[in-house]
Each structure stands twice: as C-alpha cells, then as structure tokens.
Design a protein around this ligand. Sequence first.
Ligand code: NAD
Length: 375
Amino acid sequence: MSYMEAFETIVKDQLARVKRLAETSELTDYSKLDKIIIGTIDGDGIGPIIMDSCRKILEKLLADELAAGKIEIREIPGLTLENRIAKMETVPADVLAAIKECHVLLKGPTTTPGKGDNLPNIESANVTLRRELDLFANVRPVVIPEKNIDWIFYRENTEGEYALGSRGVDINDDISIDFKVTTTLGTTRLARAAFEYAKANGNKNVSIVTKANIMKKTDGKFLSLCYDVARDYPEIKTDDWYVDIMAANLVNDQINSNFNVVILPNLYGDIITDEAAQIQGGVGTAGSANVGGRYAMFEAIHGSAPRMIADGIGEYANPSSISRAAVMMLRHIGYSEKAAQLEDALDKAQKALDLPGDGTGNTASDFTDFVTENL
Ligand code: NAD
C-alpha cells in the first residue's frame, strides 16, 4: 500500500469509528442486574501473583454475595504474552468473547513487546481492550492526606496518539509519521464525566492539561471542547495548563494541593499519572479505572515488571495497586460499604507492611494474609 493510500485508509477508518461511537450509547445499571460478573484476568509477569492475592481478598470480602449468587468472580485465562504470540492476536478472539460476557473486569498487567525485545510486533492488549470495550475514561485517584493532596485524573483513553499507535507510516528510509486523533465526541464525553465527578464531590476545581500552543489542531480542539463543557458547570473553577508546567506543578509543594480534578488527553495522561503515583509512594500503590458506558475495567497502574520475575523476586510484588483498583471497582458497581471496608484494611496494610519490590521486606502472600485478617 502506498503511503497516500495508507493515509486515506486511516482517515476513512476514523470517520467510520466516530459514526459507530455516535450510534452506540449503552449504559450498564448494576443495580438492575441479578448477578454481577467480575471477570479476572491474570496477565503476565507479576500479574498472576498480584491477581491471586486480590482474588483471595475479594473471596473473603464478598463471601456472602458469592454464596448467594449475587456476584460471580470468573477467571478468564489466555491473555498471556505466550498465547497472544502463538495466535498472533493482541487479544485472542475467544478471550475477547469471554471478556464481553462479564460486566466489570479486574485485570493484571500485560506485557507489550518493545522494539528491542526480539518478539513479534503485537499491539498493547490494553490499547485493544480500551478500544474494543470503548473504555473512554481512564480514572486515576492519587490521595496523600498528610500533604492535603486529593487529585483525580481523567485521562482520555481511546484517542490521541494511541488511536493509531501501531498504524504509523514509514514514508521512506528517512521519514516516519505517526498520527494523533481528537474527536468531538471522544473529548466531550470524557470532559463531561470529569465535571460530573467534580460536581458530585463538592464542586472540586477542574484543570485541563494540553500542549495546545504546539499541537494546535488536536490539543487545541481538546482544550476548547473541555471549556465548552465547563460552561454547563459555572459553579466549578476551571483553569488550563500546558503539560510541561503541570509536570512541574505536581512536585511544587507550594501549589500542588490546589489541584483536584485534572483532564488530560491520552499520552500526557499516561505520563502525568505515573508521576502523580510516584509522588503518592510508587506505581505499586495506585489503582486505575477504565470506564465506558457498557463495560468498565480496573487495573494496577504499573506494568508486568518482567525484571522482578527475571531476578526471581516476583513473590515480593506489591498487590496494593490492584487491590486499590478493586476498591474503585466495588464503588463502581454500587458496593460502597465493601469498598470502604477493603480500603480501611489496605490503609492498615500500607502502614504495617513494607513492600518495596526489591526482594526485601514483605511478600505478596504476607500482604494477602494481613489484608484478609483485617477485613
Ligand atoms: P513496570 O511498571 O512493569 O515496572 C517498573 C518497575 O517498577 C519494576 O521493575 C519494579 O521495580 C517496579 N514495580 C512495578 N510494579 C510493582 C509492584 N506491584 N510491586 C513492586 N514493584 C513494582 O514498567 P516497565 O518495566 O516499563 O513495563 C513492563 C511491561 O509492562 C512492558 O511490557 C509494558 O508494556 C507493560 N505495561 C503494562 C501495563 C498494563 O497492562 N496496564 C501498564 C504499564 C506497562
């Protein structure tokens, strides 16, 4: 295919995607379901270790609901790097079909082969799942009470640089071009979710983060659409920042507690939320939600930590992050009391245990025992 044809196909596909999005507006009402199916996916590397911990904790926490058949925890095998490579599918079709039978998902990290890994070029499973399940908002809270920090990040999850991440074009040996996509629908629904959260939680401040001075079309559109939505929430203080200064603001103790709700396009959201999690105590401590209308997927914000497995210290992986994601999942499906109960046990574990992930301190199974005993 010539590069002009490749460009044309990409544009046509994006036009078709936007049309599809506009036609589908499913919304799951968990309170109306006889049984909520929670799909659990182990993933790669330290994934099976932290997921095993999280499943055991949930089985104890939700023992009554599981026994009564109000909740089912369903293990979904097959989202492993080996199986994905064997089938040469980012998310194998049978795994995707099993995922789509669940209502919410708790997912361990999955490995994405990089340039130097000598593995087939498979796209990120997460990017595929976010797109397939239309999980448009990536929601990541970061809370540090002693610094008065209460941040929640709303990262756009299906567009930006990631919509066409594996479809860039090598024009010739000298030039490669990638693409960045912003759509009205994609941005507006994210902004609306963020402002609704801000309103429901006492009109918290909203900050929009872009690089609209450089990315004039895509980020420019993102910024102006967020301000369009802001007009429906006059009681909420809204401002905007460029991503570079926002990265600095978060580590500036003079002003960082002024920020509450932060809206970001996909790539900046990816970077800024890892920075924020590190400020909270490391990527092992933060959970995240990928929310759409029909499905929602909850996961740790870190990756599969293959180096920990290679170094033989996988058992020292910290399951807090995936357990914090489970708290968000319980809130999402309307089990707020169970969420608070789990959160309390996790806070106690954070104070009592030490899991730096370097082969010293406590293990994942110490964590599981401590949390289940403190539920
Ligand atoms: P990573 O987050 O997997 O690990 C970086 C380092 O952070 C580890 O070496 C370890 O020291 C520490 N760490 C991470 N999680 C920890 C935990 N639970 N407990 C203790 N320490 C922990 O980042 P990476 O090495 O850049 O990525 C590895 C793989 O994970 C890549 O293939 C990447 O694509 C993938 N990834 C997947 C997801 C996902 O599935 N959501 C997210 C990010 C990265």
